[in-house]
Design a protein around this ligand. Sequence first.
Ligand SMILES: [Zn+2]
Length: 792
Amino acid sequence: MGAPPTRPADRAFARPRRRPIAALAALAALLAVGAGVLVGLSTPAPRPADAPESDFSAARAFRNVEVIAAEPHVAGSAANDRVREHLVGTLRGLGLQTEVQDAVAPEAGQLSGAAGGAALARVRNVVARLPGTDPTGKVFLVSHYDSVQTGPGGNDDAAGTATILEVARALTTGPRPRNDVVFVLTDAEEACLCGAAGFAADHPLARDGGVVLNLEARGFTGPVIMFETSRDNAKLVEIFGKAAPHPVGTSFAVEIYRALPNDTDFTAFLDRDFVGLNSAYIDGGAIYHTPLDVPARMDRGSLQMHGDNALGLTREFGRTDLGDLRAGHDDTYFPVLGGLISYPGWLTLPLAVAALLAVGALGWLLRRRGRATAGTLAAGFGLTLVPVVVAPLGAWLLWAAITTIRPGYAELLDPYRPVAYRLAVVALAAAVLFCWYALLRRRVGPAALAFGGLAWLAVFGVLLAVAAPGGAYLTTLPALAGALAGFAALATRPDGPWPVGAVTLAAAVAVVILLPPVVLLFPALGMGMGAVAALVAVLLGLAVLPVVDLLHPRAGGQRGLLALRARRLGALPAAAAALAAAVLAGVGLAVDRFDAEHPVPTHLMYALDAGTGKAAWLSHEERPQPWTDGYVDRSISLADDFPGLGDGEMRAGPAAAASLPAPKLDLLSDSTSGDQRVLRVRVVPQRQVRLLTLHVDTSTATVRSATVAGRDVPVEPGDGRWGFGVVFHAPPPEGVEVTLTLVPRGGAVSVRAMDASDGLSGVPGFRPRPEGVGVVGSHSSEMLAVARTYPL
Ligand SMILES: [Zn+2]
């Protein structure tokens, strides 16, 4: 062990005379700020059914949730027809001009899972209009009313749809807004965002664009987060902060969301140059897209928050001049104790550089005042990387260990009851930080370690400002606050009240800014990426180090037994946090067991080639659960036999052939001119199906162009045998007409048609799941596909 710094004044920045009292006061202040942060992120109390009629009432909205989500209502199904009739009836009952846009629409973006394919759908959007008194533009309230095939969509997106009905009701009770308000309840969002794409591209009301408020849910609880905006959002963010009663939103979420493989209807509007805001509640992701997404599970506080914000924003956008919503820049914004702080995005880099310079100046000052040497400052900076790396690594290992004990977690976005696990990760991050601090504090010195933490925050701020500017505030502002507190502490008497006050204030800034992302990243990313939350927790810990230091005994001055006791006391927080992490992980495992209410998710589908009579069970589980293991025993590539299911690998097993017909292919016309052949065919499903696919064997012909149900589709040859394909969701019973212009390679053109329905209960060999075994929330869960190759 090296010689500890013996300077008695060696505290981080503060050296209060009454250390225990100062430490307790500072900690109490930080806990109060932390509690305030949590309150600011909580949901409002749901309003009762007899709330004033101009208000949003979750109880009133929930009645519509129950009707909309009475059963699964995937696009094209009879259940979806019933939901649509309810929506049309409700909106007409409010006296609104209401119509159904019945169209064939292409997908937004590139989502289709089919090999080499474009996706389309027949959609029926419900569109209602509240004409404005003196419109400057249109406000669009958007949600999707279809559900996935595997669940009733109690939250996703009956929450958004019922919110819009209740907002429409509230708006029709008061004075009419100045601008037009258009309620757009889209179809086939789950399939391909086709409803929104069809509305944004083709509907007359969409022609001049406008401002879109899209409402979603990816779970059943938690605060509504405004997580996505159109570009150049400063004006929109200003209105959001002013008009949303619960403005939880952060420019960091935009950066996170861009890195996730998710999409919503909002994408279709952004593609068409609309402006707007996208909001969702996301906690409770375990039920997302599963049979468990039922109305009864919904947190009505989340519904109230959706409604309060949507109504407040619609009223504000309803009176704003919509002509100039596009400011020249993006804002940085984040929630602060129930409010929203924002500043122009062009300040991001200058602020980050200023924070870096301030922290550098603090280091220089610490050295001049003899609180640290160049060597200890360098050591503080270098060694701070240890917790920054070890805590996320530990969180990742912890989750790997837990999923080894409970393999069913592999298919869940988040555990059913994740709170203990989340706290375990935070405790683990704290244990790593405390342990690191206890080991290094005496050797490197508190001031140099505090400097190291601030320096990394400042460095991250500059890196983020360049790579993900919306997230730079997270580390820039705590670094800046910490540096200023350091200056204040060094400029005043070390044993006076100012140094403690200054470092506590800076730590409070860090809590206000970094605690919300710690809380929100867990549901956003799931426990599988708990490491990201652990990283943010460590950054928060580094920023509050000078306060943590007050808990520690003096770093120097004692000898012998006293010093030993001091060292033991210093190790106490680390030991306590490590113990808490272990206990919390154990509590998580004990509390979150799989049972009938919280089943282990399994994925199974069935695919039949009606031409050859070959059939297979398929599962996307990489390490199949025991139930799934009874069906699948090897990995196969789908590309050759079932291009309509994608070109990836799946687990597969032998299955008996069901007597089910493949879609029929009617040749309507066949003409040749020069080397080109034009085939007009109709693909007709022979049973009730959710989707049709058609693929062309590109070794038999090159596809030049294609038209599906009257719409041109892109022809971008894919890899493999079936190089061209299309998916058509919610096909009408009479089928879909496809015109292919192609150049044959001599001989017949080989075309493969597939359709798919939902539900496996009639399939030979299928055994219903026992209690405690559930269905994965996936677009292919329980799918029954039948394919056949036709030579033409
Ligand atoms: Zn969904």
